[in-house]
Design a protein around this ligand. Structure first.
Ligand code: ADP
Length: 287
């Protein structure tokens, strides 16, 4: 099972070029698509989910061309959109059963078993009788995954799933996704570096509609090691440093600005070397 995306382009009617020649090879396991808001992630996810068409380019799932095999591909995929938004005054069990009917699981005994298994898998079995409208953010996201898994997909697409979850809920969600990725392609789009760090074996960084970096997170970090330096500076000095160095990150530490730079040679000048992490990989590409 693999997904190959070649030269995908999409320009919206308002002239925004949301995808510009996007090419990616996505193997089995967890693939992270990392980029800031507006980068084109949702556009790409919706296109792979067969919900909108690109202007040009191809998507192949196991050699099936998506453009001419939409029905086949829909049977193979599960999708959790950024805003799932269906949390009615109805219990998780009842709605999941209802969605299973809509997905064509007509045999009652089989359906009951699938619904029960998915409620267990997503850790919602004990709360299956509760109304979805009373669920926490994390529970809603796990329900979103349960519905996306109804047809036992080989490709699972989750768009910004951890935004708004507290750390405990996020961890629980990570565990669920990584279990699923053992025998599925899972594409996770996110603007949160930690999501990728914890979960993904392969990743791409996308910005302004273009893929700007792909690889395995650990290798990408390795390539930056020995090139990252940090210095605590005065707030007023920030612009000067930005003009002299490739500043990839500035943040406050105990109220004082700290900058991180990337440099092939030691800058001295009071900088100290630090280990690279995925944040440095990301910010060195984005900034
Ligand atoms: P992301 O998911 O990374 O935040 P999107 O794919 O949602 O990015 O958006 C990429 C760009 O396309 C943004 O500039 C956004 O404003 C624009 N865009 C998204 N959807 C539409 C649309 N339906 N019509 C016009 N512009 C859109």
């Amino acid at each position: 099972m693999n997904l190959i995306i070649q030269n995908l382009c999409k320009t919206y009617d308002n002239g925004v070029q949301a995808l510009q020649n996007v090419s990616l090879e996505i193997p089995r396991g967890m693939f992270g698509l990392l980029g800031p808001n507006g980068a084109g992630k949702s556009t790409l996810m919706r296109t792979i989910a067969t919900l909108q068409d690109a202007d040009s380019g191809t998507i192949l799932l196991n050699n099936f061309d998506l453009q001419t095999n939409k029905e086949t591909i829909r049977k193979l995929l599960g999708y959790l959109p950024q805003q799932f938004g269906v949390y009615p005054r109805m219990s998780a069990e009842v709605l999941l059963n209802h969605l299973a009917v809509l997905k064509g699981i007509t045999h009652k005994v089989e359906r009951k078993e699938i619904v029960r298994a998915l409620l267990y898998k997503t850790n919602l079995y004990d709360v299956r009788k509760q109304q979805l409208s009373d669920f926490s953010g994390g529970m809603k996201q796990r329900f979103g995954i349960a519905q996306a898994l109804l047809n036992n997909p080989k490709l699972l697409i989750v768009d910004e799933p951890t935004a708004g979850l507290d750390p405990l809920e996020r961890n629980r969600f990570y565990n669920l996704l990584s279990e699923l990725a053992e025998n599925t392609i899972v594409i996770l789009s996110t603007h949160i570096v930690d999501d990728i760090k914890e979960l993904c074996t392969n990743m791409a960084i996308i910005n302004q509609g273009k893929v700007i970096l792909t690889g395995e997170p650990l290798q990408l970090i390795e390539q930056l090691n020995g090139k990252i330096y940090q210095k605590s500076i005065a707030r007023t000095e920030l612009e000067t440093y930005k003009s002299q160095y490739h500043v990839i990150n500035d943040k406050l530490f105990l109220g004082k600005p700290i900058i991180h730079i990337v440099s092939d040679v030691p800058p001295n000048d009071g900088f100290i070397p630090i280990n690279a992490g995925l944040e440095e990989v990301y910010f060195s590409q984005i900034n």
